[in-house]
Design a protein around this ligand. Structure first.
Ligand SMILES: [Zn+2]
Length: 227
């Protein structure tokens, strides 16, 4: 004789329903304390999860790979769609990531350039020819910066004098190259657009220094030269 005659008459499905209903009732009656307990337990739970992930790294990775492989095409399509709808966020994230790798990327590019200068120059020329709007935007940005910058401005005569004083030699690397105007204190960092803040620098030094403060750039050069 069973002590739970009612239970015997219930199907598995009905038992499950009954169990869930009981749980739901219990949850509704104790909702506040359950939530409070969960919140209080959150740091411990987080730590527990972290340890679990650490201990099951390979397993989790494998499981994820299986799921990913099964839904690869739709995932790729979804990511592409998201990226199209969130261009600005994608770009911002790209910029953040590049900022982190910047020194490394610049050093790598410099090595590649030095190892294969002619090839790289031809490639850059081709790129500039197909990206005229890029050069135009760059010039516009420079002009805007110069207009905003403090200082008296630099007259053509003053610039010619700087060039004569430079004796055709880059102020930074001392090489005899085609010389361009470099603002010692970059305009982008509030440097003044006048002759006291101007030197003649080769294009390599000029674009390598870019918007870095002089001291920061010199330190970077020394570090990358040592690699
Ligand atoms: Zn130089």
């Amino acid at each position: 004789m069973s002590r739970h005659p009612i239970e015997l008459r219930l199907s598995e499905e009905e038992k499950r329903e009954h169990r869930l209903a009981t749980q739901r009732r219990y949850y509704r009656r104790h909702q506040e304390e359950i939530v409070a307990k969960r919140v209080a337990n959150r740091p411990a739970k987080r730590e527990q999860d972290r340890l679990y992930r650490l201990a099951h790294l390979e397993e989790i990775r494998a499981r994820r790979a299986v799921v990913y492989a099964a839904h690869r095409a739709e995932r790729v399509a979804r990511s592409a769609k998201w990226a199209r709808a969130n261009r600005e966020r994608v770009r911002a994230s790209g910029r953040r990531s590049y900022a982190k790798r910047r020194e490394y990327e610049l050093a790598r590019r410099r090595r590649r350039y030095l190892a294969n200068t002619e090839h790289e120059q031809r490639r850059n020329q081709r790129w500039r020819k197909t990206h005229l709007e890029h050069a135009r935007a760059h010039r516009a940005r420079r002009r805007a910066l110069q207009l905003q910058a403090g200082g008296r401005g630099i007259s053509p005569e003053e610039w010619r004098q700087v060039l004569r004083d430079s004796l055709g030699i880059c102020a930074y690397c001392g090489r005899r190259r085609k010389l361009t105007l470099d603002h010692i204190d970059p305009l982008a960092l509030g440097g003044r657009h006048d002759v006291e803040n101007a030197v003649a620098a080769c294009t390599t030094c000029n674009s390598s220094k870019h918007n870095a403060p002089l001291i920061v750039w010199l330190a970077r050069l020394r570090r990358t030269a040592r690699r």
